[in-house]
Write a protein that binds this ligand. Structure first.
Ligand code: COA
Length: 139
């Protein structure tokens, strides 16, 4: 069973999953991953047996829900954790009157977001040395 919880700032568990996935696995620098201002986001966590297995953060700008840093622990991937946490974030966005969800997807994860109803919007660009594309979904 997956349980979901939100936080108004990062904590040690969140730092650990982001370090594990983005810094250790994807080789993004510590400075780029933790660039400050974390208190400006809502941090969404998925737990299985009280272990943090999935994470993302959101912010609202006008009617846009911005989703970022989507991460699932490696050994828990392809089991629906990513989908569950994304749908929960979209629900939070609808509750805040957002009309669209937007995110900068890594190209390798584009298929994941497509399977959830997101469409690519614009050209490929590089962030932290990784190919990205902006994707949008109507909520
Ligand atoms: N490419 C294409 N499709 C993918 C995919 C990928 N990289 N990862 C998952 N999918 C598909 C699944 O097969 C599933 O399809 P289905 O509905 O037909 O069964 C659907 O997307 C949902 O998958 P789910 O199991 O919920 O995803 P997940 O828990 O494995 O999480 C990521 C997906 C991308 C969040 C996870 O692989 C991850 O944390 N990767 C490393 C960090 C990362 O790249 N984050 C994204 C940054 S933009």
């Amino acid at each position: 069973m997956i349980t979901l919880e939100t936080f108004s700032d990062i904590n040690d568990e969140i730092v650990n999953i982001r370090r594990e996935v983005f810094i250790n696995e994807q080789k993004i620098s510590e400075e780029e991953e933790f660039e400050g201002g974390e208190e400006n986001f809502v941090h969404v966590c998925a737990y299985q047996k009280s272990m943090l297995t999935g994470y993302l953060r959101i912010s609202v700008k006008e009617t846009f829900l911005h989703i970022g840093r989507v991460a699932v622990k490696k050994q828990f991937r392809k089991q629906g954790v990513g989908r569950t946490i994304m749908f929960f974030a979209e629900k939070l966005g609808r509750e805040k009157n957002c009309k669209f969800a937007v995110l900068n997807a890594q190209k390798q994860a584009e298929g994941f977001y497509k399977s959830l109803g997101y469409c690519a919007d614009g050209d490929i660009f590089y962030e932290a040395g990784i190919e990205h594309v902006r994707m949008v979904k109507e909520l």
